[in-house]
Design a protein around this ligand. Structure first.
Ligand SMILES: [Zn+2]
Length: 386
């Protein structure tokens, strides 16, 4: 049978397979959301060869292309990546298998119950090549997670300020600590994570204090004055003052007020508004990972998995006894974002460690900058006891 030469994706090897189909299929027989939606969206009214219904159907070869895309995402030819091994099942290291196994063991988890469809697809895609898992010895996600762990280990326990010396601080994978920061920068740009905070947006601040009437002016609620900026924050090291705030009053209170601290029985909330629009990196807006069957989205699956883990790490609750060391990686990431000319942003939106569904904002304003660049609403001040 002649082989149709269809190449929607550059890297996918369609040549191996026979795509010269005559059948039409509807969306009800394959248990994968992406493939179902693809058929519903791209199909036209007609008769399904597998259930005889008049319904939205698509040429079978278009479904085969998706399946091949998924196979190509997950597997590769061991001849290209594995050492020869006389004792291996097919003469290679690791777990190798042929198309018969791949299909009959349903490695793609398609759960096709219609026997005719199951056999038709087998008939078209069957071939002599061998497969092995691309991820068997570590996925791209594993690699990125290892790189992030390496970065944390170096900056927490080895070198805080000069970790950019690549040759000195590279790990066994030849990953240097700076490379993971570049990955973060590139992801921010690639996934368009920079968002605009409109001018005059409401930003809540909160401060816990000792005497009832001590917080009554903008300067009392603004970023900490440099002379008092002696505490480490999640995003700022001691000595570098930033404006932590939120659009949610309740969250701001939750983040700031420590009800076990009886030496400060009062807290005050107030509203600031930005005079100019602000450009913020929104770390709460990571895209949902695409399907392995979607050639335009599956290349980002690993990066998105890494970013989700990275952000969980950035937002995780940290015991105050550990904070001096544990906040160092996020402080460095913050500084890298802050002074990065390729990003050129004023702050970061990140998930709250108290409640991951709520968003905190840090704006890179010290005490004077927060007073100069933000309008303060005196009438918004509200003092309560804890
Ligand atoms: Zn059908």
């Amino acid at each position: 049978m002649p082989k149709r030469n269809i190449k929607p994706g550059d890297d996918v090897d369609f040549e191996l397979y026979d795509l010269d189909t005559t059948e039409f299929v509807c969306s009800q027989h394959i248990n994968d959301d992406y493939i179902k939606k693809f058929i519903q969206k791209n199909g036209t009214k007609g008769k399904c060869d597998y259930c005889d219904k008049n319904i939205n159907v698509i040429e079978l070869y278009k479904v085969l292309e998706l399946i091949i895309t998924g196979i190509d995402y997950l597997y590769e030819d061991p001849a290209n990546s594995r050492y020869l091994n006389k004792n291996g099942l097919h003469g290679f290291d690791g777990n190798t298998f042929d198309f018969y196994d791949l299909w009959n063991e349903d490695y793609l988890d398609l759960k096709i119950e219609n026997t005719n469809l199951f056999e038709d697809i087998y008939k078209y895609l069957e071939n002599d090549s061998l497969y092995c898992n691309i991820d068997e010895y570590g996925s791209e996600t594993d690699f990125l997670n290892d790189s992030w762990s390496h970065f944390k280990r170096i900056v927490k326990h080895k070198a805080r300020f000069v970790f950019h010396f690549k040759d000195v601080f590279s790990n066994h994978n030849l990953v240097d600590p700076l490379s993971i920061l570049d990955k973060v920068q590139n992801s921010i740009i690639k996934f368009n994570l920079i968002t605009e905070l409109k001018e005059n947006s409401i930003l809540y601040r909160c401060r816990q204090h000792t005497t009832e009437n001590e917080v009554n002016l903008a300067k009392h609620l603004a970023s900490t004055p440099l002379t008092f900026s002696k505490a480490n924050g999640r995003m700022n090291p001691a000595g570098i003052s930033m404006f932590y705030c939120s659009k949610s009053k309740d969250l701001t209170i939750k983040e700031v007020v420590d009800s076990s601290d009886k030496s400060k029985p009062f807290y005050t909330t107030g509203i600031f508004r930005n005079k100019e629009k602000l450009s913020l990196v929104d770390l709460t807006n990571i895209p949902i990972a695409g399907s392995i069957f979607d050639s335009s989205a599956n290349i980002d699956i690993d990066t998105i998995a890494f970013l989700n883990g990275f952000i969980e790490d950035i937002a995780k609750p940290i015991n105050s006894d550990d904070s001096i060391i544990e906040y160092i990686p996020t402080q460095i990431v913050t500084e890298y974002i802050r002074f990065n000319p390729n990003l050129n942003v004023d702050g970061i939106i990140y998930p709250s460690s108290k409640d991951n569904s709520l968003k905190n904002i840090v704006v890179f304003y010290d005490h004077d900058e927060s007073i100069d660049n933000l309008n303060f609403s005196k009438s918004s001040l509200k003092t309560e006891s804890i």
